[in-house]
Design a binder for this molecule. Structure first.
Ligand SMILES: Cc1cc2nc3c(=O)[nH]c(=O)nc-3n(C[C@H](O)[C@H](O)[C@H](O)COP(=O)(O)OP(=O)(O)OC[C@H]3O[C@@H](n4cnc5c(N)ncnc54)[C@H](O)[C@@H]3O)c2cc1C
Length: 374
């Protein structure tokens, strides 16, 4: 009987396991893939995500520090640089492997097994894998958005509240990457049916990808190939990707002794697709709460701490995204063409301001911005 079983060893799972193990709990991680494993991702690790780690990332994991963004919308291009670091580019196989090692160092154990089912009992949870049955006092489901285990709490994903992201890693000489983008993220609004596209300058490769809502983006592979071609890349790249939840929507994130964290819970910024920081944050909160409060208060305390920590922020981000989907042309033109608007928006990515702050700042300026945009 473990204190905690964590299903999935992505950022959410590793953060949950570490937080619980650091409190002296007996923790087992069940992960279906042997690590290090490939994970489709743009690899943009926000400042907020880094600030949540209780250790420093080694230099070889941090490939490039980003200080600015170049934003495209139709034929408008605007570039803004900040006097501070916005984000750090990492490759997920090494980053996730490092986080997992940190959770093992703190005392958690791991088995490479896929969780296929779970059953809640009065005082414990029974977890079934291909290899057998495990028991624990609590279960954190951190298997991402696509795995069906989370459906036992939330039900299946809905097209209207689920997105899809595709990515290709395209090898390139570092000097040419430096010349094309340097320390700049290349972000394209309005591609992928009012979704977004990106070109990120990693070490020795570009991460090129698109993201959009499933209910709008009916042919993601086709949109991705168009995006590649339009930006001067061969369109026959190997594409990878998966579903991501649209954060900010109401979803069940706990029941009794089972907590959902990261993508499995639905914690992704609906506008930018940033999910790593919310995965780490929710995993950490889950692991802490299980060690801190009485068993029957765990689910409620977890929900409250999530709400206080970033629940409101995701709701504002969703509101912002819905405005964009209602008036995409004008909205994206304002975002991409007005220096001051973009400048402020970048501050959200750097965790300097919240969506709420941004919207409060923006609302009185909308009439003038509209006049300029029309
Ligand atoms: C193409 C793409 C680009 C993205 N780019 C960015 C970005 O640049 N920045 C950013 O912040 N976010 C980005 N995201 C979102 C980000 O990847 C996720 O929000 C983040 O990985 C969520 O972490 P997680 O731990 O919840 O899940 P995951 O990272 O998906 O980890 C889940 C783990 O669970 C394992 N697993 C699954 N099912 C089972 C099972 N049944 N039993 C055991 N193990 C299981 C998987 O093997 C995996 O290791 C991107 C997403 C995609 C798809």
């Amino acid at each position: 009987m473990y204190d905690l079983i964590v299903a999935g060893a992505g950022p959410a799972g590793s953060a949950a396991a570490r937080a619980a193990a650091l409190q002296g709990l007996d923790v087992l991680i069940l992960e279906k893939e042997p690590f290090p494993r490939y994970k489709p991702c743009g690899g943009a690790l926000s400042k907020r995500a880094i600030s949540l780690l209780d250790f420093t990332l080694p230099g070889n994991i941090c490939e490039r520090t980003i200080t600015g963004a170049r934003v495209h919308f139709r034929d408008h291009v605007q570039e803004r640089h900040k006097g501070y670091d916005l984000t750090t580019l990492i490759t997920r196989s090494s980053f996730d492997h490092y986080l997992l090692q940190k959770s093992l160092q703190s005392g958690a154990k791991i088995e490479t097994e896929k969780v296929i089912d779970m059953q809640e009992k009065d005082d414990w949870v029974s977890v079934r894998t291909m290899g057998g049955i495990y028991q624990s006092r609590f279960l954190v489901i951190a298997c991402g958005c696509q795995d069906r285990l989370k459906n036992r709490i939330q039900g299946p994903n809905r097209k209207e509240t689920t997105g899809v992201c595709l990515v290709a890693e395209i090898e390139e000489d570092d000097n040419l990457i430096q010349e094309r983008l340097g320390s700049t993220l290349d972000i394209h609004f309005g591609v992928a049916e009012d979704g977004y596209g990106w070109i990120f300058p990693h070490k020795g490769y570009y991460s090129v990808g698109i993201g959009g809502l499933c209910s709008r983006l009916s042919h993601p592979r086709q949109s991705m190939r168009q995006f590649l071609k339009k930006n001067g890349f061969p369109d026959d790249q190997r594409l990878s990707g998966h579903l991501i939840p649209q954060g900010g929507n109401k979803r069940l994130i706990s029941r009794g002794r089972v907590l959902l964290a990261g993508d499995a819970a639905g914690f992704v910024d609906p506008f930018m697709g940033e999910g790593i920081s919310y995965a780490i944050s929710s995993g950490k909160i889950a692991g802490q709460v299980i060690g801190e409060v009485h068993a029957h208060q765990v689910a409620r305390t977890y929900e409250k701490r999530i709400k206080d920590d970033f629940g409101e922020e995701l709701r504002y981000a969703l509101f912002f995204t819905k405005i964009m989907h209602s008036f995409p042309d004008i909205f994206l033109r304002i975002m991409a063409c007005e220096d001051e608007v973009l400048d402020r928006y970048i501050d959200i990515a750097a965790a300097r301001i919240s969506y709420k702050d941004f919207m409060r700042w923006m609302v009185p300026r909308i009439p003038m911005s509209l006049l300029r945009a029309i």
